[in-house]
Design a protein around this ligand. Sequence first.
Ligand code: SF4
Length: 308
Amino acid sequence: MSYFYGPVPSRRLGFSLGVDIVPKKLCTFDCVYCQIGRTTKKSTRRISYVDFNVLERELRDIIRKSPKIDYITISGSGEPTLHKDLDKIILTIKRITRGKLPVCVITNSSLLYREDVRNELKGADLIIPSLDAATSKTFKMINRAQKGIGLKHIIDGLIKLRREFKGKIWLEIMLLGGINDTLREAEKFKGLIKKLKPDKVQLNLPVRPPAAAVALPSSSRVNEIKKILDGNIEIVASSLKARRSKLIQSTECQILNFLKRRPAHLDDLKESLGLNSYETMKSLKKLVKNNKIKAYIYRKKKYFVTHD
Ligand code: SF4
C-alpha cells in the first residue's frame, strides 16, 4: 500500500495530500468516535515504520504529476507521533518539494508531553492537535487512552508545544452529544484554551460512521459552545464543497485507497476524489461484486468500507 493518498479536498486544508505512516490501526487511544475502527494495537512505543526510499520515490512521482496540493498532511491510520524519526519524514518532504508545500501534522496530542516528539515536530508548518475533553471523566469516556496517559499529559504537552513551536496550531475539539457538549464542559474548555493559546480552535462533529455509537450534538448547542469559547473558533462544516481533483490513480484504486482509511458514502467519495456519480457508482458496484469492499447502512445512508 502506498504511503500517500489523494490529494483530496479537505474541509480544513484545501487540497491535502495525505501521508499514512503507521500501520492500521496503531494508536495511543481508542476513541469512541474513531472513523477508522477499533484500535487493534494500543501502544505508546515509538517505532520507525517507513521505508524512506519508497516514500521518496512515491512522493517524487506524485509531485512530477503536479496535482494541486495545498498541504501535505501527516495523519492516516493511527497516531502519527508513534512513528519515530518524524523529523526525518518532514525533512524528506521539504527536500523533495523544495520547501514549497506546507506540512501539517494531525495528532491526538497524547505524546506531546515528550520532548523528543515535540522536537521532531519542529519542522512542520501547522499542527492540528486534538483536545476532546476538559475533565478526566470525559477524557476516559471519549479517548480510552493507553495506560499511563491521562488528561494532564495532554494539557502539559499542548502548553509546552505552544511555547516551543513556531508554526501554527489549530486545536481540534470533537463534540459528542451527551458527553462533552455540556455548557459546564464548555466553560472548562474555555479556561484551557486560554492557557493553550492556539491560533484557532476548530469544533468538529462525528459526521462519519464511528467505532462506537455516538450522538451528534444539536446545532443550537454547538453554537452556544462556540459563543462560550469566544475568540477564533470555527465549526468544521459537515459537508465538503465539491471540487474536482486531478486523478492520479485509476478510479477503483483511488476508491479502494480511500476506503482503506475510513468508511465513506457515495457523496463523500465523489466530493473527496473529484469523481462523477456515474463513474463512482460503477466502480463501487464492481468493487462490491469482486468482494473488495462491503456496503452497510448508517443513519439512513449507504456507506462503503473495506473488509479489513
Ligand atoms: S480518532 Fe485518532 S486518536 Fe482516536 S483512536 Fe482514532 S486514530 Fe486514534
